[in-house]
Design a binder for this molecule. Sequence first.
Ligand code: UD1
Ligand code: CA
Length: 453
Amino acid sequence: MLAVAVLAAGKGTRMKSSLPKVLQPLAGATLVERVLACCNRLQPEKRLLIVGHQADKVEQQLSHLEGLEFVLQQPQNGTGHAVQQLLPALEGFDGELLVLNGDVPLLRPATIEQLLNTHRSTGADVTVLTACLADPTGYGRVFADQQGRVSAIVEHRDCNEQQRLNSLTNAGIYCFNWRSLEKVLPLLDSDNDQGELYLTDTVAMLPLAVHHEVADPAEVNGINDRRQLAQCESLLQQRLRDHWMKEGVTFIDPSSCTLSEDCKFGLDVVIEPQTHLRGHCQIGSGCQIGPGSLLINADLGERVTVLHSVIREAKIGDDVAIGPFAHLRPGSELADHCRIGNFVEVKASQIGEGSKVNHLSYIGDAELGRDVNVGAGTITANYDGKNKHRTVIGDGSKTGANSVLVAPIVLGSNVTVGAGSTLTKNVSDGSLAISRAKQMIKEGWSALKNTQD
Ligand code: UD1
Ligand code: CA
């Protein structure tokens, strides 16, 4: 039997934030979601989250996770006090308890499996995950012998100068035999610099404590402040980019680009500098994205080019060219071979195959057929001050420069709209629609004007 408990009750004072520390985001997921996710593979019988500071907010944020039990720690009197709160919830439980600090988001699932293996093969009462850090400042120091037996963990602030030279640090991840731990938990005291109950003190009370050292110390980075948050973000981004480079994606200037874990790429995608992909993005083979683009929940077909543009919640077919300086907003759907050019905004609109909106346009709540050519500066006037209305343009139609299509309006197929027209009525197939004042010419007007002055 395996139970997992994540400690997420602390305030995170050093973060200086109105958000509880474990809800700080990192590459699109909160710290605590990342810690919980790395235990999924183990399929524990019980999953417990210890909440306290802004407990409601944390519970609300994680309410979508099935089978997660929330245990309240009030007040928050240290990590040992947090685990004491499990005593009622785990009464009669006979198995292993994996305890994870909620602020260690880079941990790999394989590392936890190795920790469990060490725990099982040594028959220890507790196995502590450790790392040798170049700069162990702030971490608890682990005192162990050559055989890996741990005698004590001393917090950085409680260490003397000699003890601080020890670079073997506590990662804040432990596997306990619950039966052994439940006996010593009530014996903890607060005789330390912070006056708190420390979970780490149980190690010296248990008959056999051992440690398992991680191969990659970067995995156990704990996040206490914004500087560490930024360092972890950059490590995570590097991991994501390295993964996709192995899968056939080119990054021209990798460190200037960011991704989320829910991005998927085909082969031979080129990501140009200063390009950011967030949420669920699906990018087909041969796409070229950037420089200077932001994509959020975007679904791109193959060979799409995106230059200096923003795309959010849009679906784009194959061989589409976007930008520079286009803005595709939620609900935009572009079929194959479309072209969305400079300073064009598209929202909640379907654009048919081969259609072009090349310059300075707003297309909102519209449905464009195939091979439509939208002239420079064409605007769909979709909002009457109260409601939004639709514009429909049939196959092969063309709008002249600076047309305003006042919705609701339907233009049939092969319609031509004269430049500068403001249309308020439907136009039938094959018609020319012009609506503008007739041009007037007054010959010799300048000369006449001068004699009058
Ligand atoms: C802790 C360890 C330290 C280790 C480090 C690794 C202790 C005493 N120290 O220190 O040895 O090197 O993690 O990152 O355990 N929490 C609660 N309730 C509380 C206090 C904290 O749930 O009353 C939670 C926090 O939300 C956090 C985790 O426990 O997720 C760790 O707390 P934190 O204050 O960050 O401990 P550190 O000082 O980093
Ligand atoms: Ca910490």
